[in-house]
Write a protein that binds this ligand. Sequence first.
Ligand SMILES: [Zn+2]
Length: 194
Amino acid sequence: MSRRGKRLGVRREKLTKNPEVATVCQSFRYCPACGRERESKTDPLCCPCGFRYYFNPAAAAGGLLTDGEGRMFFIRRERDPGRGKLGIPGGFIDAGETGESAVRREIEEEIGLEIGPLDYLVSYPNTYAFGGVLYQVIDFFYVGTVENFEGITLDRSEIREWFLAKPEAVKREDFAFESNGLAVEAFVRRFVSS
Ligand SMILES: [Zn+2]
């Protein structure tokens, strides 16, 4: 799973109707400890050998970056799923990282920006489809201010364009992932609406 690909995903309702997409739990056909075939595909995996596995969501983090003048940083995706739709910088949290350090690393990788302090805002569940498996995800969102966006270097294979816009003017349905739109709405409720 590539780091850049980790931002990809689609909404759960769409995927559960797709017979070719299985949940992570359904995809574990055998006990990874002893190799015994699973009799039931329940969560957690409870094998007679004593092995237990809980199919918890993967953690991801996204950055809601503002310019200090009421505008927020958005990207338009170049790749499916959600090609042409909106997103914010972010990705999966590596083992040992904090949410803040993951956001900082992803922003550096994706748009070449170094950012200052981040404040936690809100979290929303998300899903990520990869290789025919539907992964459950929990997205954590952080707010940061960027003084100068001019130094941005985009990965053009992933990101078509970037722009600054008033967050209250962007619609939830324009995002590739609903969790991103919900986070922007939470930002507006906290910082824009009175
Ligand atoms: Zn076993």
